[in-house]
Design a protein around this ligand. Structure first.
Ligand SMILES: Cc1cc2nc3c(=O)[nH]c(=O)nc-3n(C[C@H](O)[C@H](O)[C@H](O)COP(=O)(O)OP(=O)(O)OC[C@H]3O[C@@H](n4cnc5c(N)ncnc54)[C@H](O)[C@@H]3O)c2cc1C
Length: 460
């Protein structure tokens, strides 16, 4: 924070998860006082909480997410390493089976960041709360918005202490809703006489189950991230086994359209055994479990189109999963939230006042969300059971991308192009560059790498 940038008095952020913390970091550049209101009690150490049940499940951080977070907190990668996160080369630590084979490994100079979601959030929170103008009020639920008499300007929020039950009003020049998928903004807008944002829902009926295991760090393959994704629609199960801090593995498995991973121990192992690659089963069937098996159901991807609204109350914004929550199997939510926070930063830097901020922000946020939404929803429409608004051209793109997936098994040039798009480092049309199309369509060829790694199943 530099005091010459401070233009406004007070901002309030509702929700102290990753979206709220990154927003606080941005607003600390422009507001004299930033207050984060979080309904849960926040522990002094990494911990999954009631308000974010997803934090118990495998969370991959895309390279773009790490890059944006590192711009906000330059020492974050080092802090992650110091706390036991595994940070290797994305494509050189990849053990990713799909379309009947392993994607070719190679050195890519793009980081894979492997840690538990609570650790990442804890380290981000430590850094945000070290800022002199940011404060956290936990155990503090927001009940509703407070507005000026005309209802066209949000002037604060009504809060309730979960400890004492006491209610009070907190005033602010800007309130940001970062309460995630369960956001009450649609309801609050209706109460104020505004139209809620139109919504898109793409039904995927995904069911996760997750268990944590002890990991032997001396095993030379214990730094690899292991993933199996289906050749849809012929297959519809996925499994991930990622090394995380504390010499642990986190294993999340699941399936689309009702083929959910079970929480019964024997059935969980059987689910792992059913996957076409044996890596995950080979490891978890021998490793010591150190958690229960935890389920999570994700019925549909949800996008609230705030960018389509013409009227929105002044002094109010929405950010993160509260705008859009994607099928989590693609690992995009934290990166989308960080890109939205970066857009908010750019917008505030260019504006002398908060006038018209919301509609300008929603347009920018929509451009950020368009790409991960298109990638996630496009893949989901490989399943005929998927319902919802289908982007034009999806079937054609999916036929081509199936060939891209096949090419990544033996061609690292195509592999690199694909992994860059997946990490949101390159736009999806880059997969249609003539150089890539030619390699994809010419079929199987030996890799350009002389040192291609001969892959074998981990744990065999
Ligand atoms: C199973 C699963 C796996 C996922 N895996 C990945 C992954 O691999 N990679 C990835 O990038 N993303 C993943 N995601 C998405 C990721 O978790 C979210 O995108 C990320 O948490 C950002 O969300 P957020 O901060 O906007 O909202 P949330 O994380 O949902 O946080 C909302 C916060 O608001 C608080 N809150 C709610 N209501 C109130 C209120 N009235 N008053 C005060 N506080 C309130 C809640 O307690 C909570 O802390 C996954 C999601 C799921 C469901």
């Amino acid at each position: 924070m530099t005091s010459e940038n401070i233009k406004f008095k007070r901002a309030i952020i509702i929700g102290g998860s990753l979206g709220g913390l990154l927003t606080a970091r941005v607003l600390s550049n422009y507001f004299a006082q930033v207050t984060i209101l979080e309904r849960d009690s926040i522990a002094p150490a990494p911990e999954a909480r009631k308000g974010q049940p997803q934090a118990r499940h495998l969370h991959g951080l895309l390279a773009t997410g790490l890059e944006v977070m590192t711009r906000f907190f330059p020492d974050l990668p080092q802090a992650l390493k110091d706390n036991g996160a595994i940070m290797g080369d994305f494509a050189d630590t990849m053990q990713w089976y799909t379309y009947g084979g392993y994607r070719q490994r190679f050195k890519m100079n793009v980081p894979a960041t492997l840690m538990s979601r609570p650790l990442l959030e804890h380290l981000v929170r430590e850094r945000v709360l070290a800022l002199p103008n940011v404060a956290l009020m936990d155990n503090c639920g927001v009940l509703g918005l407070v507005t000026a008499v005309a209802g066209d300007q949000v002037t604060g929020v009504q809060i309730e202490s979960r400890a004492s039950g006491q209610q009070e009003v907190l005033n602010a020049n800007l309130v940001v809703d970062c309460t995630g998928r369960g956001s009450r903004t649609a309801h609050w807008l209706k109460e104020l006489g505004y139209q809620p944002a139109p919504e898109s829902e793409v039904r995927v009926d995904v069911g996760y189950a997750t268990r944590v295991y002890r990991r032997n760090p001396a095993d030379p393959r214990s730094q690899d991230w292991i993933l199996y994704t289906p050749e849809a629609p012929r297959e519809n199960r996925f499994g991930g086994l990622f090394p995380i801090e504390g010499d642990r593995w986190i294993c999340s498995m699941g399936g689309w359209h009702g083929d959910h991973a079970p929480v019964d121990e024997a059935a969980f192992l059987e689910f792992a055994r059913s996957l076409p690659a044996s890596d995950i089963y080979n490891i978890i069937s021998k490793a010591e479990p150190i958690s229960d098996i935890m389920p999570h159901k994700f019925p549909h991807s949800l996008r609230r189109h705030y960018e389509k609204l013409r009227r929105f109350p002044a002094g109010y914004l929405v950010l993160g999963d509260a705008i859009s929550s994607f099928n989590p199997t693609y690992g995009q939510g934290m990166t989308s939230a960080s890109l939205q926070a970066a857009e908010l930063d750019a917008l505030l830097a260019s504006r002398p006042s908060l006038d018209g901020l919301a509609l300008a922000f929603f347009k920018r946020a929509a451009r950020v969300i368009d790409i991960p939404w298109q990638l996630a929803v496009g893949e989901d429409f490989r399943f005929p059971q998927t319902t919802g608004p289908k982007p034009p051209g999806t079937d054609f793109i999916n036929r081509y991308v199936a060939k891209v997936h096949q090419a990544t098994l033996h061609d690292e040039v195509v592999g690199e192009a694909f992994l860059k798009v997946m990490n949101l480092l390159a736009p999806p049309p880059s997969l249609f560059h003539p150089r890539i199309v030619w390699r994809v369509l010419r079929g199987k060829r030996p890799s350009r790498s002389k040192t291609a790694v001969l892959q074998r199943a981990v744990g065999d």
